[in-house]
Ligand binder design. Structure first.
Ligand code: DGY
Length: 332
């Protein structure tokens, strides 16, 4: 256990966006932390490099989703560890039960990335509906010939049934935005019926109904034991052959090989994925090369404003945890 005279040893596994980095350095200086930070933004800190540092002692850890914080990490850190803070809203890379058992508080970054992620969900939905990936590729490939009234026809959002899997903060913000495009009906499936669904005139349905009736299905749920691989071949076959699937949650909500098969066999029309398994998805992966699939490199929260806000919140959570105070955003 670090005494009051021992400076807190803080491990940060990546360089933070500007505002968070500035705050981190201020706090490190003011509170005399021994700050161990991975500074390379192009290459991730490896698990081995991280464990090496944890072995040398850690009072606080600030991480992102590229390193699993599991029992092994916690055992190495021992009683000295006072806080884990992740610069993500999703905590599927963290063994939350082990943290709880060891009484180590976990901070995350909800709320500040809702708008950016919902904006991206809309962008991806439109990109898939209007075949933007194919259209851009056609220009690059010199396939843009005479204006052809039947070339690259997409589909409209207006008049469609929008399905949302997971009506949390991001699901609701996405639903509000897509409502403005004139969807005729909005259905959702979540762990339970949500009163806030009234804001979008949303109708709670079973998963089966959601799959069967959605023209556009946006996956916005968190990844946990009950949502992992929730959408497999059987579920995809239950969807309309004209349906569009958009995933801004986590790749593992879907059985990815099944999605590839369903797209190839025309069980659904097209997909837009901001998240995959693994990340990064190798460029040679079939999903990265299918006309009816748009893959983005997990950029849901990637705006200057949002990433700064996430980094500041993550640092504030870290400081609060180190000081034994209530965090601004503790994961429960
Ligand atoms: C998160 O925060 O969980 C996102 O996936 C990255 O912004």
């Amino acid at each position: 256990m670090a005494t009051t005279n021992t400076p807190a040893r803080v491990i940060v596994t990546f360089p933070l966006p500007e505002q968070g980095q500035r705050l981190l350095e201020n706090y490190a200086c003011k509170h005399d932390w021994e700050l161990i930070q991975w500074r390379d933004s192009e290459i991730n800190m490896t698990r081995g490099q991280f464990l090496d540092q944890v072995n040398r002692g850690a009072d606080g850890i600030l991480c992102k989703m590229t390193i699993r914080i599991d029992e092994d990490v916690l055992a190495r850190a021992g009683d000295r560890l006072k806080v884990v803070s992740t610069m993500t809203v999703g905590c599927d890379h963290i063994d939350c039960c082990s943290l709880k058992a060891r009484n180590v508080p976990l901070g995350h970054t909800p709320g500040v990335l809702t708008d950016a992620t919902a904006d991206l969900a809309v962008a991806l939905t439109l990109a898939v509906c209007r075949r933007l990936g194919e259209a851009m590729q056609a220009v690059c490939n010199g396939e843009w010939g005479a204006w052809n009234p039947t070339w690259l026809l997409g589909t409209e959002i207006r008049g469609k049934t929008l399905g949302v899997l997971g009506l949390g903060r991001i699901g609701l913000a996405t639903a509000k935005r897509l409502r403005a495009f004139g969807v005729s009906r909005l259905i959702y499936h979540s762990t339970k019926e949500k009163p806030e669904a009234a804001q979008v005139d949303g109708e709670f349905v079973t998963l089966e109904q959601l799959l069967r009736e959605s023209d556009i299905l946006c996956i916005c749920c968190s990844l946990n034991a009950s949502t992992r691989h929730m959408i497999g071949y059987t579920q995809l076959c239950a969807m309309k052959p004209t349906a569009i699937l958009v995933n801004v949650a986590r790749g593992d909500v879907i059985v990815q090989d099944d999605l590839e098969r369903a797209l190839r066999e025309g069980k659904i029309a097209a997909a837009g994925l901001d998240v995959t398994t693994p990340e990064p998805l190798p460029p040679s992966h079939p999903l990265a090369n299918m006309k009816n699939c748009i893959v983005l490199p997990h950029i849901g929260s990637a705006t200057v404003e949002t990433r700064n806000a996430m980094s500041v919140l993550a640092v504030e959570n870290l400081l609060a945890g180190l000081q034994g105070r209530k965090m601004p955003a503790e994961y429960v």
